[in-house]
Design a protein around this ligand. Structure first.
Ligand code: SF4
Length: 341
């Protein structure tokens, strides 16, 4: 892990002014990245999409925008470590640490300078909460990044959850496939697979993140029968164009990762410079739908304290008697006979 400026200086040029900025921003929002992720930065390109996601920016200290916890996750927490928005599923925060502290992270509010891993009595409380509620059929391990825990620690947590009969599926949300692929070992994949059905959700945001190392890590999971879904975040000047999103999603399906969600960036403190308009997101979805493989088009969503809201371009333009009128992916009109009852 790279945690200090001299170490980071092996990967990018850092002026004195930039070093001061990284230190100032880091006091509020700590930074850290893996040597692997730093090696993907183009040192000559200040607008490199890897750099923008991982290197502190003075704009993070802008104070007139957003909330620390726009999804009110802290309020939607029936017991410490559990977030619950939906009736049949919960998210369990297993750690506050990550290999890379993404500058756009929804959980920028987390304290990162000390470990806050789920273990001991707190883990027992979470397991007991799940045991008592038979409506919970789907448990997502999240964080932080769960892969910051050792295989043994994860084995203990996942084994505890799997021993609860009404839990049908377990999901692990990790960005390690993108930011720290060597962490996803064959041993880890086998351990996960021993608790099937297990699904993995990850976050690739730019085609440049899809490297041979990332593909190999995905392959280790797929070989164990673990499906991998991608949840991108729409980020200004990083992936907010049809061309970038086409390349990203085509590359994802070529390594057999399903593009699942495209998240609208939240009204989150310290991230104003990443936020696009919803209209921009819809324009991107229109630029994908019909122009590439259907399952390479993610569902664009806005996450809210009361659940995800799908955001879709409108292809239905009206009704004329027994005909509905619509547009195809090229914007051409179509009339479909569809009699009223
Ligand atoms: S890996 Fe996920 S939780 Fe960790 S900093 Fe990045 S976006 Fe946030």
């Amino acid at each position: 892990m790279i945690k200090d400026i001299p170490h980071l200086g092996n990967y990018i040029k850092i002026s004195e002014n930039e070093a001061n900025i990284y230190e100032r921003v880091g006091l509020k929002y700590p930074w850290q990245l893996t040597e692997y992720y730093a090696s993907l930065i183009d040192p000559d390109d200040m607008s490199c999409p890897i750099r923008l996601q991982s290197i502190p920016d003075i704009r993070e200290l802008e104070t007139t925008f957003g909330e620390d916890d726009p999804l009110t996750e802290d309020e939607n927490s029936p017991v410490p470590g559990v977030i619950r928005v939906y009736p049949d599923r919960i998210a369990v925060i297993v750690t506050n640490k990550c290999p890379v502290y993404c500058r756009h992270c929804l959980r920028k509010r987390f304290t990162r300078d000390r470990s806050d891993d789920l273990k001991g009595q707190r883990l027992e409380t979470v397991l007991s909460y799940i045991r008592k509620d038979r409506a919970i059929r789907d448990v997502l391990l999240t964080g932080g990044d769960p892969l910051m825990l050792s295989d043994n620690e994860l084995d203990g947590i996942i084994g505890g959850i799997r021993s609860i009969p009404h839990v049908e599926i377990i999901r692990v949300g990790t960005r390690a496939l993108c930011t720290w692929p060597e962490r996803v070992t064959d041993e880890f994949a086998k351990m996960l697979a021993s608790y099937h059905p297990v699904w993995v959700s990850t976050q690739f945001n730019h085609p440049r993140e899809i490297t041979q190392e990332a593909e190999n890590a995905v392959d280790r999971l797929l070989k164990q029968g673990i499906p991998v879904n991608n949840q991108s975040v729409l980020l200004r000047e990083i992936n907010d164009s049809v061309d970038t999103m086409l390349k990203l999603n085509r590359k994802l399906v070529s390594i057999r990762v399903r593009p699942y969600y495209l998240y609208q960036a939240q009204t989150l403190a310290g991230t104003k410079h990443f936020v696009t308009t919803v209209e921009k997101g819809l324009e991107i979805i229109k630029g994908l739908r019909g122009w590439t493989t259907g399952f390479a088009v993610p569902q664009y969503v806005l996450d809210t304290p009361c659940g995800k809201i799908p955001l879709n371009p409108n292809y239905l333009t009206g009704r004329d008697g027994d005909f509905v009128e619509m547009l195809n992916y090229r914007g051409e009109h179509w009339r479909e006979y569809n009699p009223l009852p």
